[in-house]
Design a protein around this ligand. Structure first.
Ligand code: ADP
Ligand code: MG
Length: 702
């Protein structure tokens, strides 16, 4: 990132407005108005072909006539004129273009958009947009946008793909009392995208927390990398589920990879905290811009009312930080500040008798205690107490504790006076909410952030793999024309990556099948071998648990006959004869090549219901075995692998190892493999390993 150019774009010391206007109602009017009303202190250069003066500023016919330097040019002329003015900006030495104008790729005019970006690139300019509202910053007193006002000042930064939403959010910061320093509209992202803005905001002193409204993105891996590198929390509201992969998917995994799950995975891996809706985005942003991450699992709740305490307890469990009882010394100390009928366990119920003093001492003591990792303080307005008094007590307690590395959130339930007290708290750096649930959810965001930072897993390659062998198999298949791999071929690829595949023999004839079964020496499975039949059972092409030569011969004949009547034109090459695997839990490993994040690995419980239950989880490949282990516990049916109802627990360690190797395989071969799966993989009891009995690889079409 060229910092000087990006600074010119996002913190311009001078601004030209190309298409500035004196006519109220025009965007070229609003942008100048916003600059004036925002208090912008740098030079403003309106560009207008007809007027010499725009809203009190001297106007110019072209940026080329402007005497001074121009950092950023906001462009509001019709789309067809944008290439020409872009060229002039380049000649002038403008650093960044804020292309507010619309009528580009969002309306199908991608060529025009590309033309503009290409011109900008040749001059070394960066482009924000097109199709945006502009940029807003309180610390720079810069509202270079057609949003009517700067947001309520604060430490958050909002980056929004939707312009209308950005304007609405800027306005609603005043009613929601959530402060932002910057708001950046990025629209079509023809050049500057989420990844760029995240790394720029990370070095920006005015920004404490980065909030994103995302509809879709390109270059997901670079975004993940930049978020991982950032030292500030990133929170995202992702909307829209695209249909990529879903419709014409040839494999099970493709149809399961709704973009929701893919983004969930990528965000968690990168450490992006998510918001479920706009309100949640504001609420979580408030906490994340004011409070540090929560480094451990011990949340303490202090309250004056049992009801809100129970509500918050439920919420804590819902948001993944279930309450534990406070240790004995904490309880003993806190019992001093409550009547007999109070409770010091957790939630700590000071009872309705609690006034400022009890709140203050108990909050100060517990916030400073080593056991406590985070605090939620609840208060129900009472006749005896003044909410403002309580608020000041809480603030004094936080200051008095000297603690700055743990989060606190507050919820007051009451009327006008409580509202006012909460506003005061927020102004003094303590997030406060109407609902106990919201306060707990906000603390949970800070916990999620810390947890994701901890577990950002670094992948270490398994070196004992034979990529060349895998590629040779694929090259051979390609040389035979446009087809996918047979099970026999796919198995060879999986084997090259060290996956534990079942023993297998090829048999083109009945006699060969009999010999193969004799060699394997035990019960076997016979399966049809044909590049044209990928779902073998559907074709009557799988016979399991076949014993003895006579049975093998019968099975062979039946399979071939079934396949021929299923697809008379199929290229049938015989059967594979496979060891019958020991009993085990059937799971599926799958992969897709996502348009945004590239190769993704999927895990779920296998069998015929996988597509109905959709109980699967994804990761951006490759992943370590440790990360794979976390996938295993993420699905709803996780208890089945852990040994539910007296069943022995499954060998999850071996399964995680297989997942990691598989993720490496699909990552290495991402230029060749479109989708793949291992379905099923049989997971045996702990210590007994796993066995891959069916594999499928679908190639990218050339
Ligand atoms: P397909 O998915 O193409 O229909 P599979 O090879 O997955 O064919 O076989 C269908 C089912 O047969 C599997 O889901 C599994 O339950 C069982 N099966 C297949 N191969 C074996 C094997 N080697 N050992 C035990 N069971 C097997
Ligand atoms: Mg199968």
């Amino acid at each position: 990132m060229d910092l000087e150019v990006m600074n010119g774009l996002l913190r311009p010391k001078s601004v030209a407005v190309i298409g500035a206007s004196n006519t109220e109602g025009k965007i070229g009017y609003s942008v100048i108005r916003s600059l004036i009303e925002g208090g912008y202190e740098g030079p403003v250069y309106p560009i207008n072909l007809k007027s010499d003066e725009i809203q009190g500023f001297k106007a110019y016919k072209s940026v080329l006539e402007v005497p001074g330097e121009i950092d950023a040019a906001a462009i509001v002329v019709p789309a067809r004129f944008v290439p020409q003015v872009t060229k002039e900006c380049g000649e002038k030495g403008v650093k960044g273009l804020i292309i507010i104008a619309s009528g580009f790729s969002e309306m199908g005019h991608s060529d025009l958009e590309k033309e503009v970006t290409d011109i900008a690139r040749t001059y070394g300019m960066r482009v924000l947009g097109p199709n945006i509202v502009g940029i807003l910053s309180n610390s720079d007193k810069c509202n270079a946008s057609f949003a009517p006002c700067l947001p309520l000042p604060g430490k958050a930064a909002l980056v929004s793909q939707s312009g209308a939403l950005l304007i609405a959010m800027a306005a609603s910061t005043y009613t929601r009392r959530v402060g932002f320093d910057r708001m950046i509209s990025i629209g079509n992202m023809s050049d500057v995208n989420f990844a760029d803005v995240v790394s720029w905001l990370d070095q920006d002193e005015a920004t404490g927390c980065i909030s994103l409204y995302i509809e879709g993105m390109k270059d997901g891996r670079r975004f993940m990398e930049n978020v991982r590198k950032a030292n500030k929390p990133v929170i995202a509201l992702k909307s829209g589920s695209s249909k990529h992969g879903a419709a014409a998917a040839a494999s099970h995994t493709g149809s399961l990879a709704g973009s929701g799950k893919v983004y969930d995975a990528a965000f968690e891996q990168a450490g992006v905290v998510q918001a479920r809706d706009l309100t949640n985005l504001f609420d979580r942003t408030l906490a994340m811009s004011l409070q540090p991450p929560m480094q451990g699992e011990n949340l303490l709740i202090v309250t004056n009312g049992g009801g809100v305490g129970v509500l918050a307890t439920d919420s804590a469990e819902r948001y993944g930080i279930p309450l534990r009882f406070a240790p004995e010394d904490v309880q003993a100390e806190l019992r001093k500040y409550m009547p007999e009928f109070g409770s010091a366990r957790n939630p700590v119920d000071l009872t309705g008798m609690a006034g400022r003093d009890w709140y203050q001492v108990s909050v100060q003591y517990s916030f400073a205690h080593d056991w406590v990792d985070g605090l939620v303080v609840l208060y129900c307005e009472t006749a005896m107490t003044d909410p403002q008094d309580i608020a000041e007590g809480i603030k004094a307690a936080v200051d008095g504790s000297g603690v700055t590395d743990k989060p606190i959130a507050v919820s007051f339930v009451g009327g006008e006076r409580s509202e006012a007290a909460m506003r005061w708290l927020v102004e003094h750096g303590i997030p406060a909410y109407n609902e106990p649930d919201t306060a707990v959810n906000a603390i949970a965001a800070l916990r999620e952030y810390a947890r994701d930072q901890d577990t950002a897993q670094s992948f270490v390659r398994n070196e004992d793999v034979d990529e060349a062998a895998a590629r040779a198999v694929i090259a051979k298949v390609r040389s035979e024309g446009d087809r996918d791999l047979t099970e026999w071929e796919a198995r060879a690829v999986f084997k090259a990556y060290g996956l534990p595949v079942a023993r297998m023999r090829l048999a083109a004839t009945e006699d060969e099948a009999a010999t193969a079964a004799a060699e394997l020496d035990g019960p076997v499975v016979l399966k049809i071998l044909s590049p044209d039949i990928l779902h073998k059972s559907d074709a009557g092409g799988v016979k399991v648990n076949i014993q003895g030569e006579a049975a093998v011969r019968v099975a062979f004949r039946e399979i071939i006959a079934n396949a021929k009547s299923y697809r008379p034109d199929a290229d049938i090459r015989g059967v594979v004869v496979q060891d019958l695997a020991k009993k085990g839990t059937e799971v599926i490993l799958g992969s897709v090549n996502d348009a945004t994040f590239g190769p993704m690995v999927m895990f779920g419980l296998g069998g015929i219901f996988v597509e109905i239950l959709k109980d699967v989880t994804f990761r951006v490949a490759p992943i370590s075995a440790k990360n794979a282990l976390r996938m295993l516990s993420e699905i709803s049916s996780a208890p089945i692998l852990e040994g539910a109802r007296g069943e022995a627990p499954s060998d999850r360690k071996a399964l995680a190892e297989a997942l990691s190797r598989y993720s490496q395989m699909i990552y290495d071969l991402r230029d060749e493999v479109k989708e793949s799966d291992a379905n099923p993989v049989l997971v045996h009891e702990e210590g007994e390993g796993v066995c891959v009995v069916d594999t499928r690889i679908i190639l990218k079409k050339r």
